[in-house]
Ligand binder design. Structure first.
Ligand SMILES: *Cc1c(COP(=O)(O)O)cnc(C)c1O
Length: 371
């Protein structure tokens, strides 16, 4: 038996699960650039008022950091239930370190070996990773060319597979298109499994939340996050609304004391400042539509979106366009269907700098205004 040292041991010499051997960690490049419009963050930092309240509350909480946090996140869940409205109680609400953690808890509790998760591609690149990590079979059904879902076609596959969890991102990432409440009810009628509606970008959509369907549908789970509209990505706080028994199942699989005291306090303070945190949502949605309109007028293809990002294309060599934008200090995301780049809506100034950079990075052939 050889004993390779830590400095040189490789994956091949470790009992790593074979399916992980060719995998890479998730992640868009984190680069320090003037215009970071790549991971759908809200570009506006917290208000001074919020920072003051947060600093005070965290200081107070720090005096008890020798103790474990409240395992049930009681105050935070009560605050989230009140924020979500629709008559929700704390027992119907759950919170974790980002909605990503909630989703992996859902797969841990409801999926796993011998079970499957199904979604419609293209969609969020983390879904297959949750499936991989929980040993769950993962199946993607194709979307139509306009990224909508063909329910007649989906019906057969859903009925045949009976996935443990059917995942619907609404609005979808990376395409930005929405989903009608009636379509969610169609999905619920087709499966005996859970229907997970990922509403990470709900606040930008101007549409009613799927939470309004919870009263009628016990197998529906709606996840939300403070990472996007709430401008609180650094806190890592996601939440879910579902039937109390679904939440109980998540409580079974969560890690002990999974949500730190500091995170819980930061969440409670955020809920006391929803007005200022969400203040820019309407502006960002308007700027999104305006930017899409400008890009189209310039001759680019930009896809309508209900989120705080949109697809831009189509480029013969999208990596080259991505690199040329980056060379000018503009970081977008190289993701989505072939030929497209995904652009987050930043500040007004970000959008000006992005469009200026794009015009030199990818001059539009069709834009032959000058003879
Ligand atoms: C950003 C995003 C999330 C949110 O992730 P957090 O873990 O809450 O930061 C969830 N789903 C989709 C589709 C997203 O794009």
């Amino acid at each position: 038996m050889t004993n390779p040292p830590a400095s040189s041991i490789s994956w091949d010499e470790l009992p790593l699960r074979p399916e992980l051997k060719s995998e890479h960690p998730y992640g868009a490049p984190q680069l320090d650039v003037p215009v970071a419009i790549n991971v759908n963050e809200n570009p506006y930092p917290p208000s001074d008022q919020l920072i003051t309240a947060l600093t005070r509350a965290l200081g107070q909480a720090a005096t008890a950091l020798n103790r474990y946090p409240d395992r049930e996140a009681t105050a935070l869940r009560a605050g989230l239930a009140a924020y979500l409205g629709d008559g929700l109680t704390s027992e119907q609400v759950w919170a974790a370190n980002g909605s990503n953690e909630i989703m992996i808890q859902l797969l841990t509790a409801f999926a796993g070996p011998g079970r499957s998760v199904m979604t419609f591609s293209p969609s969020y690149s983390m879904y297959p990773e949750y499936a991989r990590d929980t040993n769950t079979k993962y199946r993607e059904l194709p979307r139509r060319a306009d990224f909508s879902i063909d329910w007649d076609q989906a019906r057969q596959a859903i009925v045949a597979d009976q996935p443990a969890i059917l995942v619907l991102a609404r609005p979808n990432n990376p395409t930005g298109n929405g989903l009608k409440l009636a379509e969610i009810e169609t999905a619920l009628a087709l499966t005996t499994g859970l229907v997970l509606v990922d509403e990470a970008y709900q606040e930008f959509s101007g549409q009613p939340s799927a939470i309004s369907l919870l009263a009628k549908h016990g197998r529906l789970v709606v996840t939300r996050t403070m990472s996007k509209a709430f401008a609180y990505a650094g806190v890592r706080l996601g939440y879910a609304a579902a039937a109390p028994v679904v939440i109980d199942a998540l409580r079974v699989v969560r890690l002990p004391y999974h949500l730190s005291t500091l995170t819980q306090v930061a969440g409670v303070i955020a809920l006391e400042h929803t007005e200022s945190l969400l203040a820019q949502v309407d502006h960002l949605s308007g700027l999104r539509d305006q930017t899409i309109g400008r890009l189209r007028a310039l001759g680019y293809e930009a896809v309508d979106s209900q989120a705080n990002f949109f697809l831009l294309g189509r480029f013969a060599d999208r990596h080259q366009v991505w690199q040329r934008l980056l060379d000018q200090g503009v970081l977008v995301r190289e993701t989505g269907p072939a030929g497209y780049l995904r652009v987050s809506v930043g500040t007004d100034d970000d959008m000006e700098r992005f469009i200026a950079a794009l015009l030199s990075a990818a001059p539009v052939v069709a834009r032959k205004a000058h003879p």
